[in-house]
Design a binder for this molecule. Structure first.
Ligand code: UDP
Length: 247
């Protein structure tokens, strides 16, 4: 059941992206938790869109997600060109702090799934120090291996969180959520990519001035050079968007 309060999504190369602000995102989370049905939130960027062109299964996940946030600046650029501007970048890396702040106020509980051992625990500690009263119902590191699934599901069900943040990287985390969300009894499940790594300080986020210049992707390319192959998707994305407008 789609949320009738969300603004109509902008479709970018087949992927629906919601034109929301951080505030709209948090309000949607509040509604989803009040309603209680399992909902999925994705933090999309041009790499998501290009991966979805190659993987129909991932495209279906994005098309069926309850909320797709405009996480990458390339999506803002594309939406502007398509004549349906998006209000702002709503990133998982900033969103995690805002979500934790609101969760502490509202009494929502969070479960942090994924990332290397120790990283989710450290993320939880840092968020709890910063937002006193925040309840983290559990953490569990590692990968979405099928043999680990029963243990993961048991922990999440025991913890009964309102929000499940999943850091398995895209598209794995989003495929995992889509496949399992109906078994988990969690209102809001959201893929957050490297957000725990940033909070825990395992990865350094780009400086604010570079983010302001819309160059966070360049920072990631320099600090995580093994991503270069994936980042080839950025020019490919731009080319596809420009071409799609000639059709
Ligand atoms: N990760 C994980 N298990 C895996 C693969 C990745 O826990 O099998 C974690 C990894 O430690 C990191 C996050 O998932 O915390 C992915 O971060 P990345 O910045 O690569 O996210 P992406 O940009 O790929 O969505």
């Amino acid at each position: 059941m789609k949320d009738r309060f969300l603004p109509h999504p902008v479709t970018i190369l087949g992927v629906p992206v919601h034109p929301v602000t951080f505030e709209g995102f948090l309000d949607a989370v509040a509604r989803f938790i009040a309603e209680g049905d399992p909902r999925q939130i994705c933090t999309a960027n041009p790499e998501f869109v290009m991966t979805a062109q190659r993987q129909p299964e991932f495209m279906a996940v994005l098309q069926n997600a309850d909320l797709v946030l405009p996480d990458g600046v390339g999506l803002l650029w594309a939406a502007r060109r398509l004549g349906r501007p998006l209000p702002e970048r709503v990133t998982g890396s900033d969103g995690i702090y805002l979500l934790a702040e609101r969760a502490a106020r509202e009494g929502w509980t969070m479960f942090l799934l994924g990332a290397q051992p120790g990283v989710a625990e450290k993320t939880a500690r840092i968020l709890q120090e910063r937002f006193p009263g925040l309840r983290v119902a559990g953490t569990y590191p590692g990968s979405p291996r099928d043999e680990d699934y029963p243990e993961i599901v048991r922990r999440i069900k025991d913890a009964r969180p309102d929000i499940l943040l999943v850091a398995y990287g895209a598209p794995r985390q989003d495929l995992w959520i889509a496949r399992h969300k109906d078994d988990l009894d969690v209102a809001v499940s959201m893929g957050v990519g490297g957000a725990f790594d940033f909070v825990a300080g395992v990865q350094k986020r780009a400086p604010a001035w570079l983010i302001r210049l819309n160059l966070e992707w360049l920072w990631r390319l320099i600090t995580q050079p093994w991503r270069w192959k994936r980042q080839l998707d950025l020019p490919r994305f731009a080319w596809r968007v420009i071409r799609s407008m000639d059709d």
